[in-house]
Design a protein around this ligand. Structure first.
Ligand code: ATP
Ligand code: FE2
Length: 325
């Protein structure tokens, strides 16, 4: 089955075409904010300007004719309303023109399913850390259950926010990682794990205060990473212990960070946990993850009408995972 998926919940507009075995083509066009953070309306304008071109390019790179596509899919949510509505419109138009079925995919589930596909992990605890989301999940009885999550902002957004204080543009995470490598001193910051949940906004505020007091930016970036990644590792470790699962999957844009991977790897080694993460191009938001998840959903009997509404606050545990035993 050949499946085309459209992703564009926030900053990255991307289209992927996959079959049951592999990615046939994958194209993206990230929106770069002129200054500050992501402006939803500007981002949606970017998506509507570029989407037709990206779809055409993805199809031609896959070396197929549009009629060979068997399934159309898009990110139904969570995400920014104006952005979601643009990609939904494009997906509806494709479905109606090509007369092919449509599936609306939960963006977070797509990170999980494509992560499993890419790593070969079967039943992992999932640490999903992106701009807007930070969750620890595990599958049980037809749902990806949320074991722990951020009580305020996602870690990626927290890092991006601090990066803006350093006059670094979006995305800030990779720039903080670079600065952190030059950090030498661990500066005390709030460590906020509450039960199985964590929070990051206090951490950013504290980091901003350290900056005002003249601490070196490299040391603050280093400390920000050490504190926030330790919090994630602690909760992931506890989820593994409670659930008895023997695998750990890291996904979402923040998962590109080498130091986070290293911490999780060390913890996994200690407890003999199989640790995996997708290839870099599948780590952040991408259309291939939507296209892949759509095949699983469609084969389990899920199909949506072109009238389906986007869901800006679509939660991971809202979705009945019909495609798993
Ligand atoms: P979602 O809709 O799932 O929240 P997203 O729109 O935030 O996704 P992703 O590509 O999953 O998109 O993640 C982007 C985030 O990842 C940004 O906040 C960015 O700063 C962060 N990020 C990217 N690379 C790194 C890195 N090397 N270290 C830390 N953070 C990173
Ligand atoms: Fe994402």
């Amino acid at each position: 089955m050949i499946s085309l998926g459209i992703e564009g919940t926030a900053w990255n507009l991307s289209v992927g075409i996959v079959n049951d075995q592999k990615i046939l083509s994958h194209q993206q066009h990230p929106y770069q904010p002129s200054d500050g953070g992501i402006h939803p309306r500007e981002a949606s304008q970017h998506h509507s300007d570029k989407i037709a071109k990206i779809i055409k390019k993805t199809v031609s790179n896959a070396n197929i004719q549009p009629q060979q596509i068997d399934l159309i899919s898009f990110s139904l949510g969570p995400g920014m309303g104006p952005c979601l509505r643009v990609i939904a419109t494009a997906a509806r138009a494709l479905t109606l023109t090509l007369e092919k079925p449509l599936v609306g995919v939960n963006h977070c589930i797509a990170h999980i399913e494509s992560g499993k596909w890419s790593t070969g992990l079967d039943d992992p605890i999932i640490l999903y850390v992106s701009g807007a989301n930070s969750q620890v999940l595990g599958y049980k009885s037809k749902r990806y259950r949320v074991f722990g999550e951020t009580l305020d902002i996602g870690l990626g957004n927290a890092l991006d926010k601090f990066a803006r204080k350093l006059n670094l543009n979006h995305p800030g995470g990779p720039k903080i990682e670079k600065l952190a490598k030059k950090g030498e001193k661990l500066i005390e910051l709030p460590y906020s794990v509450k039960g199985m949940d964590f929070s990051f906004s206090g951490l950013v505020t504290a980091a901003e205060k350290k900056l005002q007091r003249g601490e070196k930016k490299e040391d603050i970036c280093y400390s920000l990473q050490e504190y926030s990644f330790s919090m994630l590792t602690e909760v992931a470790e506890r989820a593994l212990a409670h659930s008895g699962k023997k695998e750990l999957l890291l996904c979402g844009g923040v998962g590109k960070n080498q130091r986070l991977k290293q911490m999780l790897k060390e913890m996994s080694l200690e407890y003999q946990i199989k640790f995996g993460y997708p290839k870099k191009e599948l780590m952040g938001d991408n259309g291939a993850m939507i296209a892949h998840t759509a095949i699983k959903m469609y084969e389990s009997g899920i199909e949506h009408s072109p009238g389906i509404e986007v869901k800006t606050d679509y939660r991971t545990d809202e979705v009945e995972v019909k495609w798993r035993e």
